[in-house]
Write a protein that binds this ligand. Structure first.
Ligand code: BDR
Ligand code: CA
Length: 318
């Protein structure tokens, strides 16, 4: 069906195990046109997360999707990485073949600006890492705001964080950038820990995906081996929460999540609650609404989507 209008996206990420799954899903779905993968410092240094982006694209045979290295540190604060969860490389677990793909010369922020400015305002910005690249792009060229169709992010929580009781990693890692994005005036859809903790990649899910038997499901299984182990050791989860793919699952089938349109702000002033996403879920404050905050996810539907996307890839020779 060649006349299907594809949803154009730029995926800004910090791969990262769950980012890698998001890349695999976005790169395969026929309803999504992945214009580029832009990389930021987050789960590991930007040098490592850039290599990881390339490694994933090469593994799944999607070397035609351009990959751009972006900011190496947050706008203002000191750098925060998540090696405890994602390992020394940022993508520990799988054994990748030697890398032949190369990173693009253009800086990720310039790619975001140029691509948005040349567009008809039909590009969705998906962020699954700290929002530094998009925040910087909005500050460098404020006109891009009008060109963003929607920002769909994995980040934040209206319940508990995972770095502090108040804050989630992607937001606290660059709360100033998140603040810029949340105040840019464009529609925002926030998938926070509130829903991503409902899609735990338990051993039976890993086994189910193993049965898919494609090059992508092989990578999924190798990735989850490490990710689920560290998530269990640090948080005690029975399986790793598959945070970032919630964004792509939503784009593939919006019915997979339920969300509420509310006022949401980023706390960049306080000490203990720094980086919190304050979501007025009861509209108590009667402030202008700016964000669709996801509050529930259909886990069965979600895993069906993941399985279907992994199945689109060539069969593996394992
Ligand atoms: C987020 O932090 C990262 O470690 C994950 O990739 C995800 O984007 C979850 O808090
Ligand atoms: Ca991420």
């Amino acid at each position: 069906m060649s006349d299907i209008k594809k949803r154009k996206i730029i995926l800004d990420c910090d791969p990262g195990h769950d980012d890698a799954v998001a890349i695999m899903m976005a790169a395969s779905n026929p309803g999504i046109e992945l214009l580029g993968v832009t990389i930021v410092s987050g789960n590991q240094t930007v040098e490592k997360t850039s290599l990881n982006g390339l490694k994933v694209l090469q593994w799944i045979g999607k070397g035609d999707i351009p990959c751009f290295q972006g900011c190496s540190r947050p706008m203002i604060r000191e750098k925060l990485n998540a090696g405890d969860i994602h390992g020394e490389t940022g993508l520990d677990g799988p054994v990748f073949p030697p890398l032949t793909l190369k990173i693009q010369e253009k800086h990720a922020v310039n790619f975001i600006i140029d691509t948005l400015m040349e567009s008809d305002g039909d590009i969705t910005m998906v962020t699954t890492g700290p929002m530094t690249n998009l925040g910087m792009a909005l500050r460098m060229k404020p006109e891009i705001a009008d060109k963003i169709q929607e920002i769909v992010l994995m980040g934040g929580a209206y319940t508990n964080g995972n770095v502090t009781p108040a804050a989630e990693f992607n937001i606290i890692a660059d709360a100033d950038a998140a603040y810029v994005c949340f105040t840019c005036g464009r529609p925002i859809r926030m998938m926070g820990l509130d829903i991503t903790r409902k899609v735990l990649c338990t051993p039976d899910i890993v086994e189910r995906m193993r049965q898919v038997g494609t090059i992508a499901s092989d990578l999924f299984v190798d990735l989850m081996g490490h990710f689920c182990k560290t998530q269990y050791e640090i948080f005690g989860w029975a399986g790793g929460p598959l945070h970032d793919p919630c964004t792509i699952a939503y784009l593939i089938n919006p019915d997979v999540i339920k969300s509420k349109y509310v006022n949401a702000t980023i706390d960049i002033r306080s000490t203990e609650s720094y980086g919190r996403t304050n979501c007025d879920m009861f509209d108590y404050m009667k402030k202008p609404k700016n964000c669709h905050v996801a509050y529930d996810i259909d886990a069965d539907m979600f895993w069906d989507i993941v399985e279907r996307e992994l199945a689109r890839y060539p069969k593996s020779e394992k």
